[in-house]
Design a protein around this ligand. Structure first.
Ligand SMILES: [Zn+2]
Length: 136
């Protein structure tokens, strides 16, 4: 099982390098797992397959990072929050969302959920996924 998990992570990052955001789709019930895992969390099927996700999503909640807990590696992001994001494909995840400070968060609170989209972000030596609001 550990070997399988490593493989899924490896394939995910290989695809990111090529600009593709991949999840795992369950052919039995159609659920998409993102971040990708082998087993379907909806029906328990182990037969999931790779699928490129659109990156379109909705932001449902926002938590601003506490000053003390904000990681130095995130400083390059500028303003950001942690948000609960729901992908068009249906999976929900907690992710970094750019462009949100205290004022912006207050403005957005009445409008939730708001549209956002995944972007591939170059971190120190590898790429990862963060989200930007659609309106900007
Ligand atoms: Zn399923």
């Amino acid at each position: 099982m550990a070997i399988k998990l490593e493989k899924v992570v490896e394939t995910f990052y290989e695809n990111l390098e090529q600009g593709k955001i991949m999840g795992r789709k369950c052919p039995k019930c159609g659920a998409v797992e993102f971040p990708p895992v082998y087993a379907c969390n909806s029906c328990g099927s182990l037969e999931t397959e790779w699928v490129e996700i659109s990156g379109k999503a909705k932001l449902h909640s926002m938590v601003l990072p506490a000053a003390l807990s904000s990681k130095p590696e995130y400083k390059a992001l500028g303003k950001y929050c942690y948000g609960e994001v729901e992908l068009e494909e249906g999976s929900r995840l907690n992710a970094v969302v750019r462009g949100i400070n205290k004022k912006k968060r207050a403005e957005l609170l009445d409008k939730l959920p708001v549209a956002c989209h995944a972007v591939i972000y170059q971190r120190d030596g590898y790429k990862t996924i963060i989200f930007d609001l659609d309106e900007e």
